[in-house]
Design a protein around this ligand. Structure first.
Ligand code: NOJ
Ligand code: CA
Length: 690
């Protein structure tokens, strides 16, 4: 439905003489959000909005610097406006819920730049109940065909010195820890220290952060800033002016320092600001998905959410190696058969195999173009035999294509590599972009690579291949448009438990509010052996969670592709706990965010796709706490056979973290849970309808 509604178009009505030209106002369908767009006397265009009368974005200006034609777009005349109201419901191919309501009011503001060039620029605002999205459109116009964006100047003026959950700004990596400080205390250079295990390159400076950026205001608002539908454009970082608390967009440059090469008509990604007075609403928001285009993949029957084992953790922990030389090769025919056996016996759909192809002896940090060819197996890896073996056991091998950053080489090999995959019956690939990007000078998050990731998504779709990209740009909801692009890493994932002091207990309580706002993550949960000296005595550190929390992550970290990260031998010692990983679905009809506070705790219950069963995951940070929830979302009158996997008494991440207690109970929608979560702990519950 797309009906016109009344728009408040008031000329020269503001009391302030500074903002005395055009004044447009539009509210969210539920009226909680009120967005204002106005021009100043100097003819700058500003937007601002409130949520339940509290300021979310203070007056914030927009603008661009272009070359070819050289133009500074800062001062504008509003030439026309249009408005509409959309209320529709759509069904994702897979996801956290079976259907999604897309309900917003839209305002198109058409601008003409006041310089002699007189360039045309439209700004499209969509106001939802849970936030605002806006994008720029450069329409077809006589004096501008091809053009180059030198800078985008979108401001996000904060209404206070909010608490911020942030990562330092960067052009290539989002594998940092989250820092929690006031806005005025953001210091991306100070974030660099060895404890964090990865050097901050801070190409932008001390005051720059990445999106998704999570904020909490002193007056109780939760605010998330990110972008949606990042297509043919570089990713956005944010630079803070600490005196005014105004963020300005910083686009990732290309090899020659430009930001985007475009052709009219051109659209930028949406700039998104999600807001609520409840943290749980932020996690439930579908605003970013709603701002993405519907699926471009017409037949989606072949796209299957799944769990998989990985010939992976044993390389990360030092038991085996990716390379064949050295005598510890992991991906041998015999060893991979064991993984296939384990997957077949325990309801896992696939086995990811890394280190199967030649060239791992010298793959990293060389910045040389062809490293891997993606088709030649090591001599001790019988790809044909294993494909048959897996097929006979009802398991699929998941392909691994590490590009070592050479996207040009991967572009060259894609068709051949995907044909080889199909020949061996494989339909899922994990890609990787470790190291500096080739073409040299390009960045992981620049326009060239954004287009590369999309090329991979489109080509894999042609071959009916599901995609999981590691080291890509931050996700922006494109899994709606390319539902075969199911997961990404794009954050500090489980592998970092191996490095330095690993991931702090709060990490997974922040990620759903930050990285996961853009889409599912291949986080790799499910580590059962939490003392990391199992294969390498030099490693002293612990994974900083309990075993029960590793189970809970399958619910709290949504992904349609979930690895069971540990090795079969470690799982075989705890098959009663592994039962939860066997049972937990990766596709859902419904999700209830029961409790959440960024940095502290998250409790989520989800209903299995097409079934009446519910699964609950609860996690806490470094503080022990009690999970206290009522199960009033269960079907009234129904009873459920529940299995509760919880931290054993006195267990926490530092004390006997692998100890757990499994309890069986019959639960109903009248039941109340009262369960202790140890420090760094968690709880996972399956509720099977009787
Ligand atoms: C980094 C990826 O995140 C990890 O999953 C993979 O095992 C290594 N690169 C090797 O490709
Ligand atoms: Ca905390």
């Amino acid at each position: 439905m797309n009906q016109k509604f009344k728009l408040f178009l008031l000329a020269t009505c503001l009391s302030s003489s500074t903002f005395a030209q055009t004044n447009l106002r539009i509210s969210s369908p539920d009226k909680n959000i009120s967005l204002t767009i106005f021009t100043s006397q100097a003819n700058q265009v500003f937007y601002s909005f409130t949520y339940r009368k509290k300021n979310v974005i203070q007056p914030s200006s927009i603008g661009f610097a272009l070359s070819k034609p050289v133009a500074q777009l800062s001062y504008f005349t509003v030439t026309s406006v249009d408005s509409s109201n959309v209320d529709e419901t759509w069904k994702p191919v897979w996801g956290e819920v079976a259907q999604i309501r897309n309900h917003y009011k839209e305002l198109i503001v058409r601008l003409k730049d006041n310089s002699s060039a007189g360039l045309l620029l439209n700004v499209i605002f969509r106001v939802f109940d849970d936030g605002v999205g806006f994008r720029y459109e450069f329409p077809t116009q006589p004096s501008m065909h091809h053009f180059v964006v030198i800078d985008e100047f979108t401001q996000f003026a904060m209404a206070g010195d909010h608490k911020a959950f942030w990562q330092p700004g960067d052009f290539d990596s989002n594998e940092f820890l989250y820092n929690t400080t006031k806005l005025s205390e953001i210091d991306a250079i100070a974030a660099e220290n060895s404890e964090k295990g990865i050097a901050v390159t801070s190409p932008i400076g001390p005051d720059a952060v990445q999106t998704p950026l999570m904020l909490k205001s002193a007056d109780g608002l939760y605010i998330n800033i990110h972008e949606a539908a990042l297509v043919n454009y570089p990713a956005m970082n944010l630079m803070l002016n600490k005196k005014t608390l105004v963020f300005t967009s910083v686009l990732v440059p290309d090899a020659v320092g430009s930001k985007a090469f475009l052709e009219t008509p051109a659209k930028t990604p949406w700039r998104t600001i999600i807001v609520s007075d409840k943290a749980t609403d932020i996690l439930a928001s579908k605003l970013i998905l709603n701002l993405n285009e519907p699926s471009k993949v017409k037949n989606t029957d072949w796209i299957k959410p799944q769990k998989f084992a990985g010939m992976w953790w044993e390389m990360h922990t030092g038991k085996a190696t990716w390379q064949k030389d050295g005598g510890k090769h992991g991906a041998t025919t015999e060893r991979v058969k064991q993984y296939i056996d384990f997957a077949a016996a325990h309801k896992l759909d696939g086995v990811l195999v890394e280190g199967w192809n030649v060239s791992w002896e010298d793959w990293f940090g060389n910045w040389k173009e062809p490293v891997f060819d993606f088709i030649t197996p090591y001599s001790d890896y019988d790809i044909g035999l294993l494909s048959e073996y897996a097929k006979n056991k009802g398991v699929k091998i998941i392909m691994h294509h590490e590009t070592s950053g050479s996207a040009t080489n991967y572009d060259h090999w894609m068709d051949t590599a995907y044909r080889v995959m199909k020949k061996y019956g494989m339909n899922a690939v994990k890609t990787g972009y470790v190291g500096k990007i080739i073409p040299r000078g390009e960045h992981h998050d620049g326009q060239w690579m954004v287009n590369h990731y999309q090329r991979v998504a489109e080509k894999t779709a042609q071959y009916k291949i599901m995609l999981d990209a590691h080291e890509p740009v931050h996700p922006t909801g494109l899994h709606r448009t390319f539902p075969n692009w199911m997961a990404n890493e794009a954050a500090r994932g489980g592998e970092f438990n191996n490095f330095s002091t690993g991931l702090p207990p709060e990490h997974n309580t922040i990620m759903p509010f930050t990285r996961l706002m853009g889409g599912p993550m291949d986080f790799t949960p499910g580590v059962f052996h939490l003392q990391l000296n199992q294969f390498d005595p030099a490693r002293k550190q612990l994974v900083r969670t309990t075993l029960s929390k590793q189970l809970a992550l399958y619910v709290t970290m949504y992904s349609p592709l979930q690895m069971a990260a540990d090795i079969p031998e470690n799982y075989n010692l705890h098959l009663d706990a592994f039962k939860f990983i066997e049972d937990v679905p990766v596709d859902w009809d419904d999700s209830k965010i029961l409790e959440a506070e960024p940095g502290d705790y998250i409790t989520i219950a989800r209903k299995e796709k097409g079934k009446e069963n519910w699964f609950l995951g609860a996690i806490t940070d470094e503080n022990a706490r009690t999970l206290a929830v009522t199960l009033d979302f269960l079907t009234p009158g129904a009873t459920y056979e529940a299995t509760i996997y919880r931290d054993a008494d006195k267990t926490d991440w530092q004390n006997n973290p692998e100890r757990y207690t499994i309890e069986k109970k019959v639960l109903s929608n009248k039941s109340k849970l009262n369960i202790r979560l140890g420090a760094g702990g968690g709880c996972a519950i399956s509720m099977i309808k009787k």
